[in-house]
Write a protein that binds this ligand. Structure first.
Ligand SMILES: [Zn+2]
Length: 75
């Protein structure tokens, strides 16, 4: 019976270590992704202004600085 308890304990510790490792891995990859998003700049297809990609309006794979420019640019 003592052997079974030890086995369960080892599995439990292993599972904790694995989940902590997964959490650490997810944390490092998501922070790297955020850094990449901030660094990426795009150009408005209407006025040529450069701005962060996360603030862009997109239509037909083009980027626009605002909704007005997206609607004005007809292609
Ligand atoms: Zn614009």
């Amino acid at each position: 019976m003592a052997g079974l308890v030890r086995l369960v304990l080892i599995l439990f510790i292993g599972w904790i270590a694995y989940s902590l490792f997964r959490r650490w891995l997810a944390g490092t990859s998501s922070s790297a992704g955020r850094k990449q998003d901030i660094g990426q700049m795009v150009r408005c297809a209407k006025c040529g202004l450069h701005f962060p990609r996360q603030e862009a309006f997109t239509k037909h794979e083009r980027y626009y600085c605002c909704r007005d420019h997206m609607q004005q640019d007809q292609h």
